[in-house]
Design a protein around this ligand. Structure first.
Ligand code: AMP
Length: 503
């Protein structure tokens, strides 16, 4: 892969001089962009669109929030104005790692393609095959798919990929995280070599560089600076806490109450899915208006949760990074990090959900003594130290291991009693949910909001790796459920469970 390289400096601000009319887009597309209210292209758009219109391969290094979706949607729409689709032979294909991102791309095609009469087919899990088959049968100008569902359709003989002229691989590094690279390689090999490929990734780890080298031909490389700074309009604070989950939850509740006056809505980030569910249940028990968003929830629950949050019906959204990443969630007044993110750049993404477009925002990061090295990494990345709200970690004394939940800062006795009884109730409920399978092994039943295990792209969770893939998926584990806390008992594992037994 040889490539021309362009580097755009800023991620968000639109370029002042350049307008969309300078980019050779068709009048229909320009009119839709004008209606969307965007006068100037963002750097990734300014860098990628002219080359994409010329039919060149593009390697775009940009993350969500930079306007990268329009950077491939707009030139595709212009190029699709000539020609028409044939049954079961889509003309273009966009691969997305998750259902939400695929649905967002479809929304972009609808928004910018309102002056075109294009057939759009969305092939994602969690939706019946029949409707999708009908759309394919009609002939799709634009096919947006997650890799697993696309391959399912192909294996059922309902889809031919040899008519694809433009292939978009979006969020390639996330595809890697989710174990989709072998699927992507298979799909790329099914599409004619003469196609145009537009390839986007926020980062370029070696596996992604290799993939790009294999499947792109003389691409133009357009790079947008990585997010390494947080907006000056966001007030950031670290909040020290003891490390037991109930102690952290207690601190969080106090913070939410304390911020009541200015808190319009908030996203609360957890590192693991299991904590998203746990915290959501706890907040609900405490009568907070909360919802949850994580990769194991079924599609309908995720969409409903998001739209309720967007519409203001939900005030608090507890989310994992993977579920929330890339989603176009409107500006929020507060971000709470229930856990300090393990990857420093996730901190920047999380905080970036508030303080948008010059508005004021607040973020609070709950930190325990185990988080010191992650805080150091974040402060190094954003190149400033974050102020502590009320005393740093040196003032924290951990409770004894076997101590039951106790009052945290400023907590009333009533609150603590309520939390203790709610925790006890939840533990016994979860113990009831633990059933025994035929082999006599303990099994955890999924809770109401958590669906059965679905094919990989349907759940957003990392799939089981094929043997030859071991060692590839090593980068992100924070959304796994395999943390040290055994599900079903919380942190309180009865001693007898820890005794080794001979079978
Ligand atoms: P994306 O990076 O594609 O997820 O886009 C992030 C957000 O930027 C979306 O809400 C878009 O509607 C918005 N957007 C896209 N293009 C522009 C533009 N040229 N100017 C301002 N906002 C834009």
């Amino acid at each position: 892969m040889s490539s021309d390289t362009q580097t755009a400096q800023e991620a968000q601000p639109a370029q002042d001089v350049l307008t969309f009319a300078d980019l050779s887009l068709s009048p229909k597309v320009l009119s839709a962009v004008a209606d969307a209210g965007y006068p100037h292209p963002t750097p990734i758009q300014a860098g990628a669109i002219p080359h994409a219109l010329q039919g060149k391969d593009v390697l775009g290094i940009a993350q969500t929030g930079t306007g990268k979706t329009a950077s491939f949607v707009l030139p595709m729409l212009t190029r699709l104005e000539k020609g028409r689709a044939r049954a079961r032979m889509p003309r273009t294909l966009i691969l997305e790692p998750t259902r939400e991102l695929a649905a967002q791309v479809e929304e972009n095609f609808i928004k910018y393609g309102k002056n075109h009469k294009l057939n759009i087919a969305l092939l994602i899990g969690g939706v019946s095959f029949d409707e999708q088959d009908k759309k394919l049968e009609r002939g799709a100008d634009v096919l947006i798919a997650t890799p697993g569902r696309l391959l399912d359709h192909r294996e059922r003989g309902k889809l031919l990929l040899n008519g694809v002229d433009i292939l978009v691989i979006d969020e390639a590094d996330r595809m890697l995280d989710m174990g989709f690279i072998p699927d992507i390689e298979r799909i790329c090999e099914m599409i004619p070599f003469t196609r145009q490929t537009l390839f986007f990734s926020a980062t370029m780890p070696p596996e992604i560089t290799k993939l790009a080298e294999k499947f792109l031909q003389a691409p133009v490389r357009v790079e947008v600076a990585r997010a390494a700074s947080t907006a000056t309009t966001v007030t950031q604070r670290l909040v020290s806490s003891k490390s037991k989950p109930w102690e952290k939850r207690d601190v969080l509740r106090q913070l939410i109450k304390q911020e009541e006056e200015t808190l319009k809505n908030a996203i609360i980030f957890c590192n693991r899915k299991v904590d998203v569910s746990e915290l959501f249940r706890s907040l609900t028990r405490h009568e907070f208006n909360a919802g949850a968003l994580h990769g194991d929830m079924d599609q309908r629950a995720r969409m409903t949760m998001l739209s309720n949050f967007r519409d203001g019906k939900l005030k608090l959204l507890v989310a994992s990074d993977v579920a929330a990443r890339g989603l176009d969630i409107p500006d929020v007044s507060h971000v709470f990090n229930y856990d300090v993110p393990i990857h420093a750049e996730d901190y920047v993404h999380r905080i970036g959900r508030t303080g948008r477009a010059g508005r004021l925002g607040k973020s609070f990061t709950i930190a325990t003594k185990n988080d010191t090295k992650y805080i150091d990494a974040i402060e190094k990345l954003i190149n400033k130290s974050i102020e502590w709200l009320d005393g740093n970690l040196s003032t924290i004394e951990e409770s004894a291991e076997d101590e039951s939940p106790r009052r945290g800062r400023g907590t009333s006795r009533r609150d603590t009693r309520k939390d203790e009884s709610a925790e006890k109730k939840s533990r016994s409920q979860r113990q009831r949910e633990t059933t025994t399978d035929k082999a006599g092994n303990d099994q955890q039943k999924p809770s109401a909001s958590v669906s059965e295990r679905k094919p990989r792209e349907e759940t957003n969770s990392r799939p089981v790796k094929p043997a030859h893939e071991h060692g590839r998926n090593h980068r992100r584990h924070y959304d796994d459920d395999n943390g040290s806390t055994p599900v079903g008992f919380g942190d309180d594992i009865p001693a007898f469970m820890l005794i080794e037994t001979k079978i």
